[in-house]
Design a protein around this ligand. Structure first.
Ligand SMILES: *Cc1c(COP(=O)(O)O)cnc(C)c1O
Length: 423
């Protein structure tokens, strides 16, 4: 099936007489005839649902759909994008390990990696999105367990060179984890370029309607975990009467462990109703992404000529620093998000945002409604000046997330707000 078809049909195939739309299985538990049936489920020797902290039929259908869209062997939904990235890392890292991540990634992930993981004894070494192979190699230590990047960095809009990072990671026996939130599998499928694990904040384009906060982890099933660096996947799991994930689950070792061990222990599984809402968004993802991209390209080209705008970062623009990489990894567009630097710094940027009528000022992005955010005073407020600079954030930067309204209305609104900001 092609992507448009997968968006609609993957994950749920009703049998004769069953509901056409994905049902909401709003139940914490599932009834069985025999104690032994439940025992077999706990043993992982049979398939089925037994408790909605680690699996639920509605969520499962959405997991199967997203795994199919990304080209993975399995997926695990989480209660947020933050939870997805945390679980993906903790699945293979313990106290004393380190990870390598790109400094332009989402501010929430920077806090998680630089501050909270550090408290758990996991060190994060940050490198530039544009680092060459030697620079990436130099960041890798004997205790490094993974490399992490974002396809399209939020909000700096840098394009991540997946193949380059995958090559260095694989030479060192390490997996590459990619946060593919902004691109979605409609614009880029990182696994096809060598990524091993893909994560998402499904809160963004996948949902698209600002209805649920959620995340997902997708396992490519391609990484060889039995190179001596990942004993948690190859040695017996004491908390699961000696199960050996690679031995017992093969290509699905990583995602199975994330579910039956970490999800069991941390309990960050979404409710059925949230998965249902996410699925509604996924069904229209393909058509929405096309329109986000075309609207954003029109707005970005228009803003390039404004005397109020210092710069527009949108990698689909031929003059953009990341145009070549975008042509390779995102040939069908670069989402609806762009980073604008308004002339006059923070004060003018805030005045511009406060003067918008149609576009809303909110902590969100990738919605059907056009919205704006000021990273330096909002999402990235916790970062210090040095981190802000490394994350590619200018004090006058506005993150504009172009929605699905008529593009002429969006441009008219932006124009009138720029005029007001000028006075
Ligand atoms: C929003 C976002 C996250 C965090 O996701 P939540 O669903 O808000 O927890 C992670 N990565 C990226 C790229 C994001 O845009």
């Amino acid at each position: 099936m092609k992507m448009e078809t997968k968006c609609i049909h993957s994950g749920y195939k009703p049998k004769n007489g069953e509901p056409r739309a994905l049902p909401i299985y709003q139940s914490t538990t599932f009834k069985y005839d025999k104690t032994a049936d439940i025992g077999a489920l706990f043993d992982l020797s049979s398939n089925g649902y037994f408790y909605s902290r680690i699996g639920n039929p509605t969520v499962d259908a959405v997991e199967k759909k997203i795994a199919d869209m990304e080209g993975g062997v399995g997926a695990l939904c989480t209660t947020s994008g933050q939870a997805a990235n945390l679980l993906a890392v903790l699945n293979i890292c313990s106290c004393g390990d380190s990870i390598v991540a790109v400094s332009e990634i989402y501010g929430g992930t920077i806090n998680l990696f630089a501050v909270t993981l550090k408290r758990l004894g996991i060190e994060c070494i940050f490198i530039r999105n544009d680092a060459g192979e030697a620079e990436i190699q130099a960041a890798i230590q004997p205790n490094t367990r993974l490399i992490f990047g974002e396809t399209l960095a939020n909000p700096a809009m840098c394009v991540f060179d997946i193949e380059k990072f995958a090559n260095v990671a694989h030479k060192n026996g390490l997996p590459l984890i990619i946060d593919n939130t902004f691109a979605t599998p409609f614009l880029c499928r990182p696994i096809e370029f060598g990524a091993d694990i893909v994560t998402h904040s499904t809160t963004k384009y996948m949902d698209g309607h600002a209805l649920q906060v959620g995340g997902v982890i997708v396992d490519s099933g391609k990484f060889s975990w039995d190179n001596g660096k990942f004993p948690e996947l190859t040695e017996p799991d004491e908390s699961y009467h000696g199960v050996q994930y690679v031995h017992n689950f093969g290509a699905a070792a990583f995602i199975t462990k994330a579910r039956v061990q970490l999800m069991r222990d941390f309990g960050m599984y979404p409710g059925a109703i949230n998965a249902f809402l996410l699925n509604l968004g996924l069904e229209t993802l393909a058509v929405r992404m096309e329109r986000y991209c075309s609207n954003a390209e029109t707005v970005a080209k228009h803003l390039l000529h404004s005397d109020m705008v210092e710069s527009v970062s949108y990698p689909a623009l031929p003059g953009d620093k990341y145009y070549q990489l975008a042509q390779k990894y995102l040939p069908n567009g670069c989402s609806g998000v762009m980073a604008l630097v308004i002339k006059g710094g923070k004060e003018t940027a805030v005045k511009f945002m406060d003067s918008l009528n149609l576009a809303s000022n909110e902590v969100h992005v990738a919605d059907i409604r056009t919205c704006v955010l000021h990273p330096a005073s909002e999402t990235h407020r916790q970062l210090n000046d040095e981190q802000l600079k490394a994350a590619g954030i200018h004090p006058g930067m506005v993150r504009l997330s172009v929605g699905l309204e008529n593009v002429d209305d969006i441009i008219e609104d932006v124009e009138q707000a720029l005029k007001k900001a000028k006075v």
